[in-house]
Design a protein around this ligand. Sequence first.
Ligand SMILES: Cc1cc2nc3c(=O)[nH]c(=O)nc-3n(C[C@H](O)[C@H](O)[C@H](O)COP(=O)(O)OP(=O)(O)OC[C@H]3O[C@@H](n4cnc5c(N)ncnc54)[C@H](O)[C@@H]3O)c2cc1C
Length: 481
Amino acid sequence: MDADFIVVGAGTAGLPAAICAAERGATVLLFDGETEIGGTLRYARELSAAGTQQQQKSDIADSPDAHFAEVLTLAKGEANEAVLRLAVDNAADTIAWLERLGVRIDPETPQIVFNHEAYKTPRTYWAVDGGSEIVAALARRIAHFEKSGHIRLRLGTSCRSLLYRDGAVTGVSVRDAEGRDRRYYAGKVLLSTGGYAANQLLYRHFHGVDQILDWAPHYARGSGLEAALDVGAGLTGENGFNLSFGAVMDGNGPARKILCRLNTLPQLRQPWEIIVNSEGKRFIREDEPSIDAQEQALMHQPGYCGFMLFDDRIHREAPDRMRKWYVPDATEDFERHAWFFSAGTLEELADAAGIDASGLETTVRRYNEAQVHGSDPLGRQHMPAPIATPPFYAIRFQGCNVISPIGILTDATLRALRANGEAIPNLYVAGEIIGSCQLMGRSAAGGMMATPALSFGRLLGETLAFTRLDRSETQQLTETG
Ligand SMILES: Cc1cc2nc3c(=O)[nH]c(=O)nc-3n(C[C@H](O)[C@H](O)[C@H](O)COP(=O)(O)OP(=O)(O)OC[C@H]3O[C@@H](n4cnc5c(N)ncnc54)[C@H](O)[C@@H]3O)c2cc1C
């Protein structure tokens, strides 16, 4: 046997797993295909937790039960309740654990934030220097345990498959930094290789559409997920596909960057414009306060796309439509940019933008009538001006996501399960490889990816260190593997 515990993926879930196992005396082999550790934690910012010391100090009444109930409602019956429960029950301890490692949780937190559906209670935290500060703190612990010999970190080393014998996982097959194929054996294997959102083929296979965004890190290719499938793991999360609202891409076609994001949050800016689909029809009251309701409505529109539409008066008088804080330099560019359109008539605008012209004209006429009478069929309250003064403008936006809804079926002990619910002996999963759907169903809830990944890694490290295989048993596996 080469180690008590093999961790594949030195990112958000893998680093805490390796550290917590090493703290308890286990020997850990930690592999990552990249040349540095940290994974997606480097880009993540928001954590969410209920029942923290920070909340207590600020007299914020909250509990894991309340957190669970809110996310469960958002999940619309699609979450794995045992896994969600594990996440919310351990989130506050994870925040405290990070602080013990030297991470400075921003004293201005917890807050209510609006990147995803806002929690009812201030429950969102971040480190002063974001995810990279957490990575730095974890890196210090990894270095400490490398010195003590408890962790052997192998960078540039990709897991290619799992070793599997007599129905149990016995280790991993990797290609190391020198291009050599090697096998390593251990009592337990954790796959914490992240999601598949950068793998266009897998994304299309699972969701039937192109990944339009190139924001997912390039290593999010689902290779760990495929390795688990090869040894019989079951998939879950097919109903968890969800896209965020209001992203304007930097051009047409798959794998684009977000140029800017429209400010469609009435909490931050009341709407002056209308929002239509490619048929020219409104599909949501534009002052809908629920981000989740906006996202769900977009999921039913052709091509998951919409258009923000307005006239010259609104163009000149309305407050800024862009969420500047999101992409600081974003400006409206109707002259050059492919997703910004302007024209002298609604018909010309519709033709330029790819919207059905007669549908759009009918919609605008009805909206203008509603605006005059102060009564909107969709229930919109804020209607300061009609859409009547040429030229007319449209900004296209697209639903998109960077996380992976589908993942390996698991339970409250984070074992990898077969489709029939049976555990695959010695194989564990944590992080995005379990899919967002098991945590938050068909929705996006703030901090509900990075925090569970950290918590689940920590919990696995703590518990698996005490459940090592008997040495003679693992010796036998090595010889026969
Ligand atoms: C831009 C961005 C911002 C985000 N912001 C937030 C946020 O604010 N809050 C939140 O909750 N969530 C956020 N998320 C999601 C969240 O960050 C991720 O879901 C989470 O960090 C994933 O953790 P992980 O441990 O599963 O994977 P990662 O942290 O990505 O780690 C996976 C590691 O596995 C390695 N790896 C992959 N395949 C192999 C292989 N075959 N062999 C060896 N190594 C391999 C990778 O190199 C990587 O280091 C964000 C995601 C993105 C892309």
